[in-house]
Design a binder for this molecule. Structure first.
Ligand code: ADP
Length: 313
């Protein structure tokens, strides 16, 4: 019995070893078949991808050629557009120049006539002529500025000056405009000495435009507030009114040339302007490396316009 057990042990090891060998071989075979299959499958997928890439490359090349044709056409129309724009700017400055001279003589002669002893009716007519020529004069100067902006010729004549002094010089004239309209003009936080490096004439144009607009768009009996504030390296001037307000969708658009707010229904006020003042103001402020903007809580709720320029040079 013991001998049988002893003989069976190596036999069973032998059988086990053989079993392992067979299993290993079968599994190797299965694995290699599987591997081959996977390999073939990967090859197929790669092949498909290659085909797709080749196709995409072909399409890309075609698009590139189409794009080149289109960009050629675009550059031609750009040149044409540039030429037309130049013509328009030249035409504009010619018209402006030709209108300015006769306008100056109408204004001059009307002012002479005002000094004469005229009847009440004639004096009324003359007042109309003077105010219309003034209005035309403003349009002409705005158009001149626009022509210069478009030709890239709006040059700033900069010098270092005290900004509050400039505001002090302008405010009395603006107060008269406010009084004439029955609007109260209040000035807050007038600063002491703030030096800026800028074009005095152009910056007063910006300031006057914002305050005159505020007076224009505010009904009699209400108020316009002007305030000055140092904001780090900037001098911020803001003009808050209690007038007709601006629709939120238009607070940026009103800085575009010839744009007048469409949500405002007052035709009479619209006819008093041409939508150029803010566009020019924006150019001037940008030429001083500053910023300008407007905010309003909505129609009928007033607006605040502000501009800031570097200060403390
Ligand atoms: P203009 O006043 O001659 O039309 P602007 O460029 O100065 O031209 O202003 C453009 C438009 O912005 C105005 O027509 C008006 O619709 C709007 N706007 C400007 N200022 C104010 C303000 N203070 N309150 C309400 N709307 C304003």
């Amino acid at each position: 019995m013991e001998i049988l057990v002893i003989a069976l042990i190596p036999l069973s090891f032998l059988l086990l070893g053989a079993g392992f060998l067979v299993v290993a071989q079968v599994s190797g075979f299965v694995q290699s078949a599987f591997f081959n299959q996977r390999h073939n499958f990967s090859n197929m997928v790669i092949q498909q991808y290659m085909e797709r890439i080749t196709l995409a490359q072909g399409q890309l090349y075609q698009r590139k050629q189409e794009l080149e044709v289109m960009s050629g056409k675009l550059s031609l129309s750009n040149q044409e557009l540039g030429r037309l724009n130049d013509m328009k700017s030249k035409f504009l400055s010619m018209v402006v120049h030709d209108v300015r001279t006769p306008l100056a003589s109408i204004k001059g002669f009307s002012e002479l006539l005002v000094k004469k002893n005229l009847g009440e009716r004639e004096a009324g007519y003359l007042k109309n002529i003077v105010s219309s020529t003034e209005q035309l004069g403003r349009l002409i100067s705005d158009l001149t500025d626009l022509a210069m902006i478009e030709a890239g010729k709006l040059k700033m004549e900069k010098m270092i000056f005290n900004f509050p002094d400039l505001a002090k010089d302008i405010l009395p004239g603006l107060s008269i405009n406010a009084q004439n309209k029955g609007v109260e003009l209040v000035v807050h936080d007038f600063p002491d000495g703030v030096l800026v490096d800028g074009d005095k004439f152009r910056l007063s144009q910006v300031f006057m435009n914002l305050v005159n607009n505020a007076i224009k768009f505010t009904p009699a009996g209400k108020r316009v507030e002007v305030s000055f504030r140092r904001e780090g390296k900037y001098m911020n001037t803001s003009v808050k009114d209690s007038g007709i307000g601006i629709h939120p969708s238009e607070t940026r658009k009103i800085f575009e040339k010839f744009y007048q707010a469409r949500h405002q229904k007052d035709e009479k006020l619209r006819k008093q302007g041409w939508g150029l003042g803010l566009c020019i103001a924006q150019e001037v402020v940008r030429a001083h490396k500053g910023d300008i903007g407007a905010a309003s809580p909505g129609l009928g709720k007033g607006s605040t316009f502000w501009f800031k320029i570097p200060a403390g040079v």
